[in-house]
Write a protein that binds this ligand. Structure first.
Ligand SMILES: NC(=O)C1=CN([C@@H]2O[C@H](COP(=O)(O)OP(=O)(O)OC[C@H]3O[C@@H](n4cnc5c(N)ncnc54)[C@H](O)[C@@H]3O)[C@@H](O)[C@H]2O)C=CC1
Ligand SMILES: C[N+](C)(C)CC(=O)CC(=O)[O-]
Length: 480
């Protein structure tokens, strides 16, 4: 595995560089960091720790094994032989020129040199001979998929491929523009909000409530235009524009007029922000934000909408193979914090969820996957028996193996074992499923190839130990 690993160098390991480091590392890349800040290693370490508890929770499959993280004092050594270089130094054009100029000399010709710049255009970044593209991410880089790519197609095309492979959504801009697309939109909301605080209309907290209680949620799943199309009612966008068009010439915005950052305004905003959130550290706020984003993205994954669709296709590309004790591994994943409860361990419902994922995988293995289901046939669970044998904590890797106890006629009888990373058996989940015709909703015989594949597995697994299967609720365990 390590021979195939690709390597990214992060130049500037602050908020954004740390996020990039985590994104690459947790997707199996080796990561090198170049940052003169003596605190860089600690800060990046903390960001990566937060990423480790959040990112794998998005997926129902295991991410690749983490790559190696190394810190360098010498820029030339840091970029030698690497595949991707991501510049994330502060937003100052002279500094970007200096750093990108050096990187363009030192990095391999074939390596992508991406700049995280929030607002500079490639023509500005490369004015002194550099060969960078804009690769503008969003904080937290390890969770949010969007990366705005700006540059020539021969550079942005291959860069987009790499970004997709690490679960991101590259949006290639048609033309360069100050602040790209998303920051133009964010800047509009930011400027307007500054006025609302300065004019005493609202506090920082009230503005945040106005966003998160309504349109923030809406934007996450449909964006602006689709949302407004719906707001136009049955007549759609045209009606919306007819109704709200006149408002564009009313004083609904102060966008062209920006409040000056006087010491008073800075104190006012910083003071309100302290009152609103000062009881939590930045790392605590990051963890709260990450848990919320993971929950929302997982909800979007269910419908395949927006960022949820990006997750689904990335997950499908994650390897899920292998066997343990002669049985196929049918699920492997990290336990997300959203699966844990007030007892500080994985809640009972998610043992069944893990088993359900394993059943889906087993169905795929015998040819009853999504295509088969789309053609009108599937399996329905009619009975399950879970034995909870050990606790599992957030962040632990779990592995599920599946033994086919019976694959005959309409019946598929499975015995899932849920293993902890330390080798302890945490649960067994025995499930009986019946093949079902999705049109009539009645049980039916599976197609011949499915029946044969299932029977073959049942025969192969028949000789194996199935201790713990067939028990009734309350039956004493051996030694009890
Ligand atoms: N903070 C944010 O929300 C976002 C920032 N960006 C962009 O990312 C870039 C970095 O921003 P942040 O991470 O927020 O800044 P930051 O201040 O958190 O981190 C910058 C890092 O660069 C390091 N650095 C300074 N000079 C350097 C040099 N010559 N060589 C290597 N490292 C050097 C600093 O030690 C620091 O660790 C900027 O271009 C910014 O516009 C992009 C998206 C979001
Ligand atoms: C405030 N900002 C301009 C640095 C924001 C960004 O560039 C993107 C983000 O993550 O919001």
């Amino acid at each position: 595995m390590s021979a195939e690993r690709r390597t990214a160098t992060i130049v500037g390991g602050g908020v954004i560089g740390g996020g990039w480091a985590a994104r690459f590392l947790l997707n199996g890349w080796n990561v090198r960091v170049f940052d003169p800040d003596p605190e860089a290693e600690r800060k990046i370490g903390e960001i990566i720790d937060n990423a480790r508890r959040a990112l794998p929770g998005l997926y129902d499959r295991a991410l690749p094994d983490e790559g190696a993280l190394t810190f360098f004092d010498d820029m030339a050594e840091a970029v030698a032989g690497v595949d991707w270089v991501q510049e994330s130094v502060p937003e100052q054009l002279a500094l970007k020129h200096k750093v990108l100029g050096a990187l363009s000399q030192l990095a391999p010709r074939g390596a992508v040199i991406g700049s995280s710049t929030s607002g500079f255009k490639p023509s500005e970044l490369n004015a002194e001979g550099a060969r960078a593209i804009v690769a503008h991410p969003f904080n937290p880089v390890y969770l949010l998929p969007l990366v705005e790519l700006v540059g020539t197609p021969e550079r942005t095309g291959p860069a987009a491929e790499v970004l997709r492979s690490i679960g991101m959504f590259p949006l290639i801009l048609r033309k360069e523009i100050d602040a790209h697309i998303a920051d133009r939109l964010l800047e509009a909301v930011w400027r307007e909000s500054l006025w609302l605080v300065k004019d005493g209309v609202a506090t920082t907290e009230e503005i945040d409530e106005a966003i998160r209680m309504a349109f923030g949620i809406r934007w996450a799943q449909m964006g602006l235009f689709e949302t407004y199309r719906i707001a136009g009612g049955e007549a759609g966008m045209k009606h919306f524009m007819a109704q709200f068009g006149p408002a564009l010439s009313w004083p609904w915005t102060k966008l062209m007029d920006v409040p000056e950052f006087t010491p008073e305004l800075v104190d006012l905003i910083a003071g309100q922000s302290d009152a609103q959130s000062g009881h939590l550290s930045i790392r605590q706020l990051e963890r709260l934000r990450d848990d919320n984003i993971v929950g929302m993205l997982r909800a979007l994954k269910r419908s395949g909408s927006g960022a949820g669709g990006v997750l689904t296709s990335h997950e499908a590309a994650l390897d899920q193979a292998g066997s343990k004790d002669g049985l196929p591994i049918t699920a492997q994943r990290q336990v997300p914090s959203s699966w844990t409860d007030y007892n500080g361990h994985m809640n009972e419902t998610h043992y069944l969820e893990a088993a359900s994922l394993a059943t889906d995988r087993l169905m795929e293995m015998v040819g009853a996957g999504p295509e088969y289901i789309a053609s009108g046939r599937s399996y329905f669970t009619v009975e399950s028996h879970i034995r909870y044998m050990d606790e599992v904590r957030a962040g632990e890797q779990i592995t599920v193996t599946t033994q086919v106890l019976k694959g005959e006629g309409k019946k598929m009888h499975l015995f899932h074992r849920l293993w902890r990373a330390d080798g302890a058996l945490a649960a067994t989940i025995e499930v009986l499923l019946l093949h079902t015709d999705l049109a009539t909703r009645r049980s039916s015989l599976p197609d011949q190839p499915v029946a044969e594949a299932l029977a073959a597995l049942a025969e192969k697994h028949a000789e194996m130990d199935s201790c713990g299967a067939g028990r009734f609720v309350g039956e004493r365990r051996s030694g009890e």
